[in-house]
Design a protein around this ligand. Structure first.
Ligand code: AMP
Length: 391
């Protein structure tokens, strides 16, 4: 950041985090309710910029600032990418919040409120998909998938697992830019972690079998399972694995992907909850049958994304382009195709904090393969002009 000359204001300098009051913003309407608090559309009174204000719920907290919010802020502060939501600043409302009669709001008597200020996005993927009569075209799906994969790849090489990839956390603006949002369940990881991660993460319909079987040692492959579910959902027009509870979720997975055993997933019988959820009978894999209406390439890709074993090393995958071309070359090629990426590239976009080499042969390496199979074309448009109504 440039340093101002003595006696001059440094106009480059953004306000230091937490120093501004929420009164600098005019709340326009509530646009969402997350696990951790309400989300408002708001206008910055000086610049007129429209932003999203996410209130951090403090009323249930006995021990001060919620750890989940600390994690989310810490992670978002280090991520700067055109496909990851930008956390602009933190603002506060001093003292107790009061109701219309001026009485302190119950449960928040002595605490002020804290808000995260985000760039504003017009839609989320689930909201768009749920519009009556809405069916995404293949070019639209490719375009969203490309952006989802680019953003996720950036998170993974910066050693961040998102752990809640689903349509409502993929925000989209009216230009078709897609950004990963809601890092409330995200966490940093390293390849040598000792296996004490929680397995109660990722919304059930998008949760991979290794978490449902109790694994506490996992990596980027968990997010890739969710991406596979979203890819199939977009092509299918509805969620593919809508389980009501954990046992039902696993049985839906087994129904489509077949039952796991030592031959297709070495080590599965030793997983913590394998015996609790052991399938009563063997089922064969039926991905091709279930999704026979999909395009051949899409089906081929889905087969590889929905592998039961996250560490499965597939010969045909190794032989595919993914085994030959490194990540960054493919992603660079995609970027050079001028694919509706953000029109205003951010200063720090693509800057990696500490790039990490991803190991080959795992479910997450399909990212490469996918980028190539999807063959992103210049004409792939994000959303149709007719879809561009604001929320
Ligand atoms: P979250 O707690 O981050 O999942 O937010 C809950 C909901 O608020 C999301 O599903 C969105 O509909 C909305 N939302 C969150 N962040 C934004 C944003 N930056 N712009 C517009 N809407 C948002």
């Amino acid at each position: 950041m440039a340093v101002a000359a003595p006696g001059q204001l440094n106009l480059d300098e953004s306000p230091s985090w937490g120093s501004r009051s929420v009164d600098c913003f005019e709340k326009l309407e509530q646009i969402g309710e997350g696990t951790y608090g309400q989300v408002y559309m708001a206008r910055e009174t000086e610049t007129q910029e429209i932003v999203a204000l996410k209130k951090i719920r403090m009323d249930n907290e006995r021990e001060g600032f919620p750890i989940t919010a600390i994690r989310e802020i810490k992670i978002l502060k280090k991520l700067h990418h055109q496909n990851v939501i930008q956390l602009k600043e933190i603002v506060t409302s001093p003292g107790p919040e009061r109701d219309e009669q001026g009485k302190p709001i119950h449960g928040n008597k002595y605490k002020g409120s804290i808000y995260m200020v985000f760039e504003y996005m017009d839609h989320d993927l689930t909201g768009l998909a749920d519009r009556p009569g809405m069916r995404f075209t293949v070019p639209q799906i490719k375009c969203y998938m490309k952006q989802l994969l680019t953003g996720l790849h950036y998170c993974h090489i910066n050693q961040v697992l998102h752990r809640d990839i689903k349509g409502s956390n993929l925000l989209i603006d009216n230009e078709g830019n897609l950004k990963l949002a809601d890092f409330g369940l995200a966490r940093s990881f390293s390849n040598d972690h000792n296996g004490n991660l929680t397995n109660r993460v990722i919304t059930l319909w998008y949760r991979p079998p290794e978490l449902l079987l109790g694994s506490t040692k996992y990596g980027p492959a968990v997010d890739m399972w969710s991406v596979g579910c979203i890819f199939a959902e977009l092509l299918n027009g509805k969620p593919i694995l809508p389980g009501k509870n954990e046992p039902e979720q696993l049985s839906k997975i087994f129904d489509v992907c077949g039952t796991p055993d030592e031959s297709n997933w070495p080590g599965v019988t030793k997983m913590p909850w394998y015996n609790n959820f052991k399938p009563p009978r063997q089922l064969k894999r039926r991905v091709k049958e279930y999704f026979k209406h999909f395009d051949r390439l899409a089906l081929d890709l889905l087969e590889k994304m929905l592998t039961l074993d996250p560490a499965q090393h597939k010969m045909h995958l190794m032989q595919s382009i993914s085994g030959l071309i490194p990540y960054h070359v493919i992603l660079k090629a995609c970027q050079s195709m001028n694919l509706h990426t953000s029109s205003r590239p951010r200063k720090n976009a693509n800057k990696c904090v500490k790039p990490m080499k991803l190991r080959r042969g795992k479910r997450h390496n399909i990212l490469n393969h996918m980028a190539v199979c999807l063959q992103f074309n210049k004409q792939d448009s994000p959303i149709l002009k007719s879809d561009q109504a604001s929320r």
